[in-house]
Design a protein around this ligand. Sequence first.
Ligand SMILES: [Zn+2]
Ligand SMILES: [Zn+2]
Length: 328
Amino acid sequence: MKSAKLINKKIEIIETQKPDLNIEGAIIKVTGCGLCGSDLVKIKHSNLKNEDKVVLGHEITGIIEDINCDIKGFKKGDIVSLTHHYPCFDCEYCKNKSYSMCKTFKNSNIYPCGFSEYIRVDKNHLKYTVYKMNESLKDDEKAFLEPLSCCNRAIRRAGFEYGKNKNSNHSTLTIGLGSIGLLMMKALKAFNIKTYGYDISEQRMQQAKNFGFEFDKDKKYDVVFLTAGNSKAVDTALKYVIDGGKIIVFSSVELDNKGFSNNEIYYRELSIIASYSPSPYDIELSANLLNKRLVNVENLTTHYKLDNLAQAVDDSFNNKIFKAYIEI
Ligand SMILES: [Zn+2]
Ligand SMILES: [Zn+2]
């Protein structure tokens, strides 16, 4: 079967063995996989020593090809989407709800990688990260399970709960209106939270406007979500957050970033909260939001064939496209 691999810092599509079902779990025939900003970061920061361990592609949708255990009623032929990590629910991190810091979470993964014709998942993936998807969704829409889960977690880290914000007059600002910023705003809307969006690019501001999202430069915001990879976004966040407000850090920035000033955080009593990866609860919520079309993710992707993955990566690095979806 075909599978993507990083070789000498370049993406190659290699011919490799189809995975065996030699553990309790399932084989998934991959239909497609989204290209995530974190894949791009992994490619950029890979080196010849660690590239063998780089697993690319985790925004996966596909069909269960084979299964050898009875979990959540899954059976051959089910159309599913999935994410790659699950926690142990038992360690100190898990007890503290820091699921993405759990060792099991960091070590669990799919095999061999999302940009493959077939992958193997284990029974814990089936239990915690695999969900049946509504067949009326397009394949690229199904592949938003993972990125939307990440947004759900960030919103919950900010102190909001789904279904409990009816009379909330909180207002939020998302800085960075790439695909993940736009998805964050769509998720905030589904959570019933008033939201605005800002980007240094006029074109992205206009695009967000077309999706119904505005920016008010005279307002201050209770919570600012930082989804931009540019270090200048930190200054913008400090400018627009209210005193006593929260900044949710949701992206990595270049290492030249000077970061947040201690005194600004101190005198203004700001909370700086990071959100890196979703918990199983956020994945389940994401499946519900997508399946019931409470978050609409139509027409957000540009499609590439697996053989053209390197092109998709280049186009993403050069900001030529909004988000790449790889058909497999
Ligand atoms: Zn992702
Ligand atoms: Zn744990």
